[in-house]
Unconditional design. Structure first.
Ligand code: GAP
Length: 448
């Protein structure tokens, strides 16, 4: 277990050192469950989100994009059932007054063991129901009417815009609405780095189908497989992902059926990555009731109004990023030296390729390398230039952040002694360390 914990610690340290993830408001002592993403973290997240958007929206003709607001009035959360049911059971340790989730057995046990080492026996308070929604007030007067909530799931922004999408895009069932955005939960025990946060980002699809049990079950199966394939395409090994069906008593209040995609983590075994939920007509029916706006859909074929069923795919961006880092972190030996590097899938690596002049103090190499860099950057924006330190160190620096290729401009590129190599560069592969000579004009295709 100790060695396994090390991997997480090494990733946390790498993320801070290399500008992926910082503790939120760190110079003020940090805010629990809140993280800031640095230059490389932003790029990695952007690539994950863009890959989601591409596969779930852009490449399809039955899914519409949406960007709804984070702040929503109390009535929305009454209707969605979150005010009543979006709760965790909270227990308090009577020895040190720490508050933990009663249903998280591993954490409860670890807490008890901590006290046992000091000879203390833990007693717990009776579980209390604790609502996870983050409340705020809008406007100059703070009262019941000014109350609003930061959304606890991005889903509700889609449900309240269902009619807007019907009226503006005139979609035919089945169709979906996808969104990426921040969600907020007052988690009792945030932790495990960016695994469980109080502020986090979700990528979701709500896919609406005719309210028919058989069809909706088939669609549920379809999106389960689709989400799994999407997750695998981030570079996961098949054996590290699995489905887990929820038992009826662990489903969220809105779900008729639910299945998670789980990742085998280094820090705590199988943990949730995505949720695929059969939400039935729960949300649209409740919002119709509470808003008094008709959210039904007119089925032209059957000549009847129906409230569609909603099959949801819901994944966390932060969690995907954590799992991608855990999966990619690799230690090996290259050229007789130990190294640690991120074996990231090429399409999500924060930097696609780095261009170097072999030597920093040879102006002809530097200017040629700058030229290659500028040419590539026009086509593939996430290209870096580095001329700092010796070439071996530059390779290691790029390996550590997962850059798939390093391109070096050397004396052969200039073609002075070996005209046959003029306008070629070396391209080094991150995983194998192997180098090959490639014509500069062929680089764009190689990198794309
Ligand atoms: N709309 C459905 C929904 O929100 P969920 O299972 O509560 O379902 C979906 O959350 C996904 O959001 C999870 O699979 C996880 O990836 C991510 N997620 C949920 N709570 C999170 C938290 N506190 N920190 C980071 N990610 C979280």
């Amino acid at each position: 277990m100790a060695a396994e914990m090390d991997v997480m610690e090494k990733i946390i340290s790498l993320c801070k050192r290399r500008g992926f993830v910082f503790q939120g408001s760190e110079i003020y002592g940090g805010l629990a469950g809140v993280w800031d993403y640095g230059p490389l973290g932003v790029e990695l997240r952007y690539n994950i989100k863009q890959h989601f958007w591409r596969k779930f929206v852009v490449e399809r003709d039955d899914i519409y994009g949406l960007n709804a607001s984070i702040l929503m009035p109390e009535r929305v959360w009454e209707a969605s059932g979150h005010l009543d049911s979006f709760t965790d059971p909270l227990v308090e340790c009577k020895v040190c007054h720490a508050r933990l989730r009663a249903d998280q057995e591993d954490e409860i046990r670890a807490h008890e063991e901590g006290h046992q080492k000091k000879g203390e026996k833990v007693e717990w308070s009776e579980p209390k129901v604790f609502n996870l929604l983050v409340e705020t007030h809008l406007g100059a007067v703070e009262n019941e009417k000014s109350k609003a909530y930061l959304r606890g799931e991005i889903t509700q922004g889609v449900q309240v815009n269902f009619k807007n999408i019907l009226d503006s895009m005139h979609p035919k069932l089945p169709f979906g609405i996808a969104q990426i955005g921040k969600a907020f939960r007052n988690e009792i025990t945030p932790g495990n780095f960016i695994f469980r946060d109080r502020e986090f980002e979700q990528m979701e699809l709500q896919f609406y189908v005719k309210p028919d049990e058989k069809t909706s079950q088939e669609v549920f199966e379809y999106w389960k497989q689709f989400a799994m394939e999407w997750y695998l395409s981030l570079g996961f090994k098949e054996e590290n992902l699995r489905f887990r069906e929820h038992a009826p008593d662990e489903r969220a209040h809105y779900a008729k059926a639910a299945c998670d995609i789980e990742y085998k983590t280094e820090f705590g075994g199988w943990k949730e990555a995505w949720g695929i939920h059969h939400r039935g007509d729960w949300d649209l029916r409740r919002h119709s009731e509470y808003s008094k706006v008709d959210l039904s859909y007119f089925d032209e074929e059957a000549k009847e109004r129906v409230i569609p069923y909603d099959i949801e795919c819901s994944g966390g961006v932060d969690r995907a990023m954590l799992y991608v880092l855990l999966e990619a972190y690799t230690e090996d030996e290259l050229g007789g030296e130990p190294r640690a590097y991120l074996k990231l899938a090429k399409h999500i690596a924060p930097i696609r390729a780095a261009v170097f002049p072999l030597l920093k103090n040879k102006p002809e190499l530097v200017s040629k390398a700058r030229e290659v860099y500028a040419m590539l950057k026009k086509e593939i924006p996430n290209i870096a230039f580095d001329d700092n330190g010796n070439i071996g160190k530059r390779y290691r620096r790029q390996d550590e952040i997962g850059t798939p290729y390093c391109i070096t401009v050397d004396f052969d590129t200039l073609g002075e002694e070996k005209p046959e190599f003029k306008d070629t560069v070396t391209v080094r592969d991150r995983d194998t360390g192997e180098q090959k000579r490639v014509k500069i004009e062929e680089l764009k295709d190689l990198l794309k």
